[in-house]
Design a protein around this ligand. Structure first.
Ligand SMILES: Cc1ncc(COP(=O)(O)O)c(C=O)c1O
Length: 364
């Protein structure tokens, strides 16, 4: 029996554009090798900084290119988190972000995520108690749930950041991978004053290039850039130049179009398989991205699920890793033990159907 990994929140291997990456590197080096192979301007490869600045309609001084967005989350955290600070996240949230904020000394609390974004009432109650160093959000096709924050909630979040004066990170690596429906404006499009936007080319070209970026007010970018310089000395210009060349040749748009064609049927296969094999299970159907998540009912057989799944050749991620501390020391209930993230991009529709069917028989 074939092993099915419902753990892989990664791009599909068959979608990695290796020939075009190779051509982009050769093309960029030919044009500009004395810059690309030298210690360089720490804000990033100038042409890529310029492209990102044009995309977000800001100046290059408001852009820092880093080694993926997780790297930038870490540098940002090290810059702004002070002893005793809290960081707020959606509950559940991206597991590595939670770990990064904790490692940099923050107490990380989760505000429950609803089908249209974070619970605003609970957020404001918490803001009245303590203003966090920042609020971390993944407003488009969230990792792990696939949920997107509604326009109304985005407006309210921007207004809360202004009223209580804190940063919001909007981390949007999946935003471009919308398979249906209309794009919702970024928080920065509503008002950029308190917003730090992060994203990367990991899901759009290749994660191993390690090219991500941060968009924020120039003063904050300058601080984070100083820390980047002290930490890594010089940006990884060859891969940043690959991305710039890839964009300049018009290949990014083509790549995104082919990714959408590959991933949309996989998303549909996942949603349809959940409805077919796990009827009545709680979940929000996404309109893009890599993930959907389910919460099993209390009556489900979820004890030792990961071990039993492994024995049935089914890979599952521990759902608890996506949860931060509960607000106000509220007791932890079993919902985090019943939470399962189901990534759908790196496996075929047939594997998705087989995987969900195996999962359904394990939790009966
Ligand atoms: C929400 C989110 N942010 C950031 C990252 C990190 O991406 P990278 O550092 O490759 O840009 C991921 C990766 O899965 C993610 O899901």
């Amino acid at each position: 029996m074939e092993t099915i990994a419902l753990t892989r929140g990664v791009p599909a291997d068959e979608a990695l554009p290796y020939a075009r990456i190779s051509e982009s590197l050769a093309g960029a080096l030919q044009k500009n090798y004395t810059v690309i192979l030298q210690y360089g301007n720490i804000g990033g490869y100038p042409l890529l900084r310029q492209f990102v600045a044009e995309q977000y309609k800001v100046s290059p001084q408001e852009i820092l290119i880093g080694n993926g967005s997780l790297h930038l989350q870490d540098l940002f955290s090290a810059t702004v988190i002070k002893p005793g600070d809290t960081v707020l996240v959606e509950q559940p949230s991206y597991d590595r972000a939670i770990k990064t904020f904790r490692r940099r000394g923050a107490k990380v609390y989760g505000i429950p995520l609803q089908g249209d974004g974070i619970d605003l009432d609970l957020l404001e109650t918490e803001l009245k108690r303590q203003v966090p160093a920042f609020l971390y959000l993944v407003p488009d096709f969230q990792n792990p749930t696939g949920i997107s924050t509604s326009f109304e909630k985005r407006q309210a979040l921007v207004a809360l950041a202004e009223k209580y004066n804190f940063w919001i990170i909007e981390d949007v690596p999946y935003r471009t991978l919308r398979y249906r429906g209309e794009a919702i404006p970024l928080l920065r499009d509503i008002d950029p004053k308190h917003i730090v936007t992060m994203s990367s080319y990991s899901k759009l070209i290749s994660p191993a290039l390690r090219v991500g970026y941060m968009v924020a007010p120039a003063e904050l970018i300058a601080k984070v850039t100083r820390l980047a310089e002290e930490t890594i000395l010089s940006p990884v210009l060859p891969t940043q130049a690959v991305v710039a060349e890839f964009i300049q040749r018009g290949w990014l748009d083509e790549n995104v179009a082919s990714l959408k064609k590959l991933y949309e049927p996989r998303m549909d296969a996942m949603v349809n398989s959940i409805r077919k094999f796990l009827p009545g299970v709680e979940f929000t159907a996404p309109e893009g991205g890599f993930f959907v998540s389910i919460t099993l009912p209390e009556s489900a057989n979820y004890a030792n699920l990961l071990e039993r799944a492994q024995a049935a050749k089914l890979g599952l991620t521990d759902g608890k890793t996506f949860f931060a501390d509960n607000l106000g020391d509220a007791p932890v209930d079993s919902s985090r033990d019943r939470f399962i993230r189901l990534p759908f991009c790196a496996i075929t529709p047939a594997q998705i159907e087989e995987g969900v069917s195996r999962l359904a028989s394990l939790v009966k």
